[in-house]
Design a protein around this ligand. Structure first.
Ligand code: MLT
Ligand code: ZN
Length: 466
């Protein structure tokens, strides 16, 4: 974007919000103008660092008056381009709003500012002998505001639900600069529309989260982790049913043999077992006593006998459990250098084998020259399809080739009544495909809601609804 246009956006901020911390340092513009996706070049006008909700409100009022587009930015670990500023936007970073505001031991709630890192929330909960259950590989740098704005999921959704299920109170500055307080930490509240749930997952297009109250829960029981070599997709479903019926699962993840190879070479991990298979299942379940462990081993034997499982290992200590998790949690980082094109798909659990078979066939015929890796959260129906960029192909060409196949991938997803985004969000990169998951009427309804909260369209324009 031209410098003159950027100046027109910057000047009003400097004149009317002199107290606001503003950076135009090239390194800051670059680091804060993008997320973990590598398909756009950041081009932000400035990055602002409000210190409190009053500053956020003042900023939004000014942005509305001067038509300054704002891009909210947390830990920037998103995978759909929701936090990208590539059109001269002003990035609103919550790096200076990292206070833990208060813990209520009776209500078992924790109130925080949006910039608090997810792992800091987990750690704080642990110190209180409680548990914040939302967990994923980027929890060490992602921020709670971004988790809420994208309704982050991760590995324990099948037991504890999504970020949405943990939020009992929310304060938001909407696109008119008004503070909206939602639900005040209540367990029950039947007083009409629950606006909290509109903001959760709205990807920063309706309001900027300035405070959240989270529900904490009982710490988990002692658990075990199993990594199983599974012979086929139908076998995976057998394993899921066997263990889901018998055990209290906290996670049921899967990875393809190719994903296993990449995570091993990327992190220099040893072979987890002698047998190599097209799929692996990683399970975590409550295991408070030896009877429960015997039950798990019985189910394992059953799966071995019926051929769905060919081999497996079970953790005997927390350190071993953590080692086994690395085969699943380390994949994303291990493949980053291949600039993966990510499709984050979901179907009902019962649909997974048929859907994945169809998708794999499609991928093999339409991407004959690309390597496609599968992994994901089998236990909640979420499949991550990662297409790796050949080293000699320019990023633009790679994105465009993947984009040409997307309609077929998403049409198939629609036929299986699935969603084109399970947990990464629509953001910028999937915006053009929203209609594969939402009807025209739904999109119009969403636009109507957007107009109520952000009439000047200054909050994350171009994302989600376009
Ligand atoms: C995961 O499940 O590993 C994350 O969603 C990140 C990714 O899809 O790469
Ligand atoms: Zn995931």
């Amino acid at each position: 974007m031209y410098t003159e246009q950027k100046d027109n956006r910057l000047k009003p901020l400097k004149i009317h919000c002199p107290e606001l911390e503003i950076s135009t340092e090239p390194a800051v513009l670059e680091s804060h103008g993008c997320d973990w996706t590598r398909f756009r070049t950041p081009d932000a006008t400035a990055v602002v660092f409000p210190h409190n909700s009053d500053e956020v409100a003042k900023l939004v009022v000014l942005a509305r008056a001067h038509q300054i587009p704002l891009v909210p930015s947390g830990g920037r670990t998103g995978l759909s381009g929701g936090a990208i500023a590539d059109a001269g936007e002003v990035v609103v970073s919550f790096d200076r709003m990292r206070r833990i505001i208060g813990f209520n031991p009776v209500d078992r709630t924790l109130t925080v500012e949006p910039g608090v890192v997810t792992q800091a929330i987990q750690d704080y909960a642990n110190q209180q002998n409680l548990y914040y259950p939302v967990s994923f590989a980027s929890e060490g740098s992602s921020q709670i505001g971004g988790n809420i704005a994208t309704n982050a999921g991760g590995i324990r959704v099948l037991r504890y639900g999504l970020t949405r299920d943990q939020v009992v109170g929310l304060k938001v500055i909407d696109g008119r600069g008004e503070l909206i307080e939602c639900n005040s930490g209540l367990v029950k509240n039947a007083s009409g529309y629950d606006l909290r749930h509109l903001f959760i997952g709205s990807e920063g297009t309706l309001g900027l989260i300035v405070e959240a109250t989270l529900r904490l829960t009982d710490p988990p029981q002692p658990s075990r982790v199993m990594l199983l070599a599974v012979s086929s997709l139908d076998g995976m479903m057998t394993v899921f049913r066997q263990f889901n019926d018998a055990m209290n699962l906290t996670a049921f993840e899967f990875l393809s043999g190719a994903a296993m190879s990449y995570v091993r070479s990327g992190h220099d991990l040893p072979a987890p077992m002698d047998t190599e298979t097209p799929y692996y299942a990683l399970l975590e379940f409550d295991c408070p006593d030896t009877d429960t462990e015997d039950l798990a081993l019985q189910r394992f034997e059953f799966c071995l006998e019926d051929g769905s499982v060919l081999d497996g290992v079970i953790s005997q200590s927390e350190a071993q459990a953590a080692d086994l998790w690395r085969y699943r949690e380390g994949i994303s980082e291990a493949i980053t250098k291949y600039t993966p094109y990510k499709n984050d798909l979901s179907v009902r659990i019962s649909e997974i084998p048929g859907y994945l078979r169809d998708l794999d066939e499609l991928a093999q015929s339409r991407y004959p020259d690309f390597e496609v890796l599968w992994y994901g959260h089998f236990g909640d129906g979420n499949l991550h399809m990662n297409i790796l960029k050949p080293a000699d192909m320019p990023v633009e060409e790679f994105e465009s080739v993947c984009g040409r196949v997307n309609p077929d991938v998403f049409e198939l997803t629609r036929e299986h009544n699935g969603s084109i985004s399970a947990e990464h969000g629509i953001g910028l990169l999937k915006q053009a495909y929203l209609s594969y998951s939402r009807s025209e009427q739904d999109i119009e309804r969403m636009r109507g809601i957007k107009a109520v909260f952000d009439p000047a369209n200054i909050l994350n324009p171009g994302k989600l609804l376009g």
